[in-house]
Design a protein around this ligand. Structure first.
Ligand code: C5P
Length: 232
């Protein structure tokens, strides 16, 4: 899969997500299903969106003992998603177990990426709450290296970190980057943002875009703008 725009479908339920996707008529954006929608509607929502022809990033951020993660990943693999994720802080053993669970009998599997440190975690909360005293960018790169060592395909990271992740883990190691905005003034609760064109320049492989598309007066035009700036 090449560079692509993933639309974060952060909706409360099935009706809202289908009303949104219907606007795209013939186009089939790559969509991200997060915890809110998945917990509201269950696995059937994944099957239904897949049946409509969309690629799916199932963003459930697993983190548990290796055996539980392995078995859960096997279930997600049968849902036929294209990409899913876990927390790198669950350790290398947990990530290796996840890969085993995710790999189907024929050897195929969804793309598996790791969350390093959530962008909501800052240096202060990492030190005070988690007792991790290293600089946060070192922690992010260490977790990315662990993910690579465990055999994962990439990480979720801020677009500002994408270049450094590629320098540390290689060009083929995927960077999936939220925190994208069309203009610097329009940041909302995302603190460190980039435009789609800047994310392309720095080498993000996938951008995850939510509200700039879902809350736009013309979501299809906003999506097409992302494609034009990031993919074309
Ligand atoms: O609406 P917005 O473009 O900010 O949405 C970004 C999406 O990416 C949301 O679904 C959010 O949960 C997700 N995300 C994020 N930061 C991370 C990981 C995921 O914003 N570190």
């Amino acid at each position: 899969m090449g560079r692509d725009v993933i639309v974060a479908c952060d909706f409360a339920g099935k009706k809202e997500v289908f009303d949104f996707l219907d606007k795209f008529e013939g186009r089939k954006p790559f969509v991200k299903i997060g915890m809110e929608l998945f917990y509201a509607e269950g696995p059937e929502i994944v099957r239904e969106i897949k049946k409509r022809g969309h690629k799916i990033f199932l963003d459930l951020k697993l983190h548990d003992i290796p055996n539980t993660v392995k078995k859960s990943m096997a279930v997600l693999s049968r849902l036929d998603v294209d990409m899913t994720n876990l927390h790198a802080s669950g350790t290398c053993r947990m990530m290796e177990a996840a890969l085993e669970g995710l790999t189907r009998e024929d050897g195929t599997r969804p793309i598996l990426i790791a969350v390093t440190q959530l962008t909501s975690t800052d240096q202060e909360s990492m030190e005070n709450d988690l007792l991790i005293r290293e600089p946060i960018d070192r922690v992010v790169m260490h977790y990315a290296s662990n993910a690579k060592k465990a055999g994962l395909d990439g990480v979720v990271c801020s677009p500002l970190e994408a270049g450094k992740v590629h320098d540390t883990c290689g060009k083929d190691f995927l960077t999936v980057t939220p925190g994208v905005r069309f203009a610097a003034g329009d940041v909302g609760d995302q603190k460190r943002v980039m435009t789609p064109a800047e994310a392309k320049k720095i080498g993000s492989d996938y951008i995850v875009v939510g509200r700039p598309i879902t809350a736009a007066s013309d979501p299809v035009a906003a999506y097409e703008r992302c494609i034009r700036e990031f993919v074309d």
